[in-house]
Design a protein around this ligand. Structure first.
Ligand SMILES: *Cc1c(COP(=O)(O)O)cnc(C)c1O
Length: 388
């Protein structure tokens, strides 16, 4: 039986998959089971932020595998301490809680917001405002938080206490803020929702209203965080630091991790017994995370990310088949003129280029380490697909 048959006989069919069996990768290229090579503009949905099997990352993870793969959170590990210290100091947050995914990071943020409010004001101030078209995860609670009706089916009843506001609609925001609200949760650039950046005025209004009413701002930077948009955190583009920031995808270079960062105001809300995770802060994830953070915070790295992003954007805008380009940094949404995003992704795959979609756009989340010649090589294939 071949791999795809074996897979489909045994793994639940929860994903639409392409008929590609990926075998190995190095840097920005991967190889399928037939030896065919691909340039990767998707990096495993932004997780392989340093590409495949980056040398430093491999060293850090392998050295950790050989000394200690896991221990329970009843004990301390140096690698978790080192990673946490670097994460807090480089982002300016006070404390972190580690989970294993974006959804878990967001669950933690939601629990902090509700308990912060409960501790201070008692019951009844539990509502959380999220934005229409947002995406916050697949657990029941984060699905409930997600502002897209297509996700609110089958699994009734959903978790109560989420109110949706239209992105960039300040009047809608104002009309839904009252004394039952404990937090506003947002993505600075909506990823799954179609690579749409929020407007500065709207972000200003959120922080202003929340600041005046002791409502916490939660920034879901699961996709935008750790260099993806050309800043360590996307909030820097808007001159904002949320009370809580969640991270996951690119944080540990492809090992599962989630992090919920809390500022001073709410860093001590979760006390012993109120939250936990068996695997959270796993040494392998922390070692991978250290390799990513050391790389991304090195002098000049993010300047280079921004230059690469400019090259992507200027080259894309020259293409006849491209209508518009959205997003920030190396989080790129492409509106096509004549072709469907899904068809383009399929033809690109045939020609050795991996792409993503987001709603009706083609989405690019290339490894942050991508080289200029690889950008040109990949974009040449992309243009050929559009012209075909
Ligand atoms: C991917 C994503 C999540 C969910 O992360 P998982 O690791 O799949 O749980 C949450 N929020 C945003 C913004 C994301 O892009």
């Amino acid at each position: 039986m071949n791999t795809i048959e074996k897979f489909n006989n045994n793994v639940m069919h929860t994903y639409g998959r392409y008929p590609l069996v990926m075998e190995k990768g190095k840097d920005r290229k991967c190889v399928d089971e037939n030896g065919k090579k691909y340039i990767d503009f998707g990096s495993g949905i932004g997780t392989n932020s340093l590409g495949y099997c980056n040398d430093k990352w491999v060293d850090y993870v392998c050295n950790q595998v050989k000394s200690l793969q896991h221990t329970s959170n009843y004990y301390y590990t140096k690698v978790q301490a080192d990673f946490a210290e670097m994460l807090c100091s480089s982002t300016g947050y006070s404390k972190v809680f580690f989970g294993n995914s974006g959804a878990e990071a967001n669950e933690c943020a939601i629990k902090i917001a509700r308990k912060y409010s409960f501790d201070k004001y008692g019951k009844g101030r539990h509502n959380i405002i999220t934005l229409v078209n947002s995406f916050h995860g697949r657990t029941l609670c984060t699905l409930s938080a997600t502002g897209q009706d297509v996700f609110h089916n089958y699994f009734f009843p959903f978790v109560e206490g989420f109110i949706n506001v239209k992105a960039n609609d300040i009047d809608d925001l104002k009309s839904k803020i009252d004394n039952t609200v404990c937090a506003v949760m947002l993505e600075y650039v909506q990823g799954e929702g179609g690579v749409n950046a929020l407007e500065q005025d709207f972000v200003d209004a959120v922080f202003d209203i929340c600041g005046k009413n002791d409502i916490l701002v939660i920034a879901d930077e699961v996709q935008t965080g750790i260099g993806r948009t050309g800043k360590l955190l996307a909030g820097e583009h808007f001159g904002k630091k949320a009370d809580i920031t969640t991270l996951a995808k690119g944080l540990a270079g492809g090992v599962p991790v989630g992090a919920c960062l809390a500022g001073e105001k709410c860093s001590d809300v979760l006390v012993a017994g109120t939250h936990g995770s068996t695997f959270g802060g796993n040494p392998l994830a922390c070692a991978g995370g250290l390799a990513v953070l050391e790389t991304v915070t090195a002098d000049g790295f993010l300047d280079d990310v921004n230059k690469k992003a400019e090259l992507f954007r200027s080259e894309l805008l020259k293409m006849n088949g491209v209508e518009a380009v959205s997003g920030l940094g190396l989080m790129i949404g492409i509106t096509l003129k004549n072709k469907k995003a899904g068809d383009v992704v399929k033809s690109a795959l045939d020609r050795g280029l991996l792409l993503l979609t987001a709603k009706d756009k083609v989405r690019l989340l290339p490894p942050l380490t991508i080289q200029y010649d690889e950008i040109k090589e990949g974009l040449k294939i992309f243009n050929a697909v559009l012209e075909a």
